[in-house]
Design a protein around this ligand. Sequence first.
Ligand code: NDP
Length: 284
Amino acid sequence: MAQLINGKQISADMRAEMAEECRKLQAEKGITPGLAVIIVGEDPASQVYVRNKKKACEEIGFYSETYELPAETSQKQLEGLVDELNANPKIHGILVQLPLPAHLDSNAILLHIDPKKDVDAFHPTNVGHIMIGDYTFLPCTPAGVMELLKRSGVSVSGKNCVVVGRSNIVGKPQAMLLLQANGTVTIAHSKTPDLGAVTRTADVLVVAVGRAGMITGDMVKEGAVVIDVGMNRNAEGKLCGDVDFASVEPKVSFITPVPGGVGPMTITMLMRNTLTAAERYGKN
Ligand code: NDP
């Protein structure tokens, strides 16, 4: 039977550690970490994420501002707000909730955020820093996966690691972080001809596709570590991952459940980046 990697517990432990760090920063330097979250339009899923980010800030002791802008907000107005927040000393992290309405150019907005306040780590400057292994911020979901592995005592060094999915938000940076941790890394995607043949080579398998239950028991190696990033709704509307838990769990050594695995870590790592930004405030 596999050991469950409890993302909820690890996330709670990290938040408690950050609350302590936050109190220290306030006491010693008079700095309260501040996060600004901007949401444009009324996408219900995005509204839930934004509320959860605000709640996490309150829980840890951060200052937060939420900007809920109408769907018809123009590029210029949004960039103007980002400029103001770039200059605001109370704000150390800026997050623009994606996706933005179709008339807005997301890449141009992300480029507008000061890289020192880019707590999502999507700015090309920060992406470049990750590539060369000299970074301040890591993208939240892949960083959350690395933290889950570390805190579960799983070493990646020298292991065969397979990442399924190559998005800029999860798959690609995930592969880079596993490589930096000395894994031997393979990236699979929709054009990989025999996916099972690739995933069966994995000592550590990270799946980030967005297709419910696509990784089945016959596609994993005995004793592998399986991390399921996927968040899907099944036919009954229940949240489920990309891994078919029932057939995979009996074969592997560690596995993340969905919900309660990677999910809780993403916002926690956003908080980690905000705290780091506040600690580094004023430095190069
Ligand atoms: P994207 O849709 O951007 O990327 C999906 C990737 O999966 C693509 O690289 C695609 O390949 C690949 N893919 C699609 N079909 C197959 C297939 N049949 N076989 C192999 N690879 C395939 O998704 P994201 O990376 O943004 O997200 C992936 C999943 O993770 C989603 O379920 C999302 O909800 C979840 N997620 C969860 C988070 C969390 O906090 N837990 C945070 C972010 C995402 P190709 O490039 O060739 O098209």
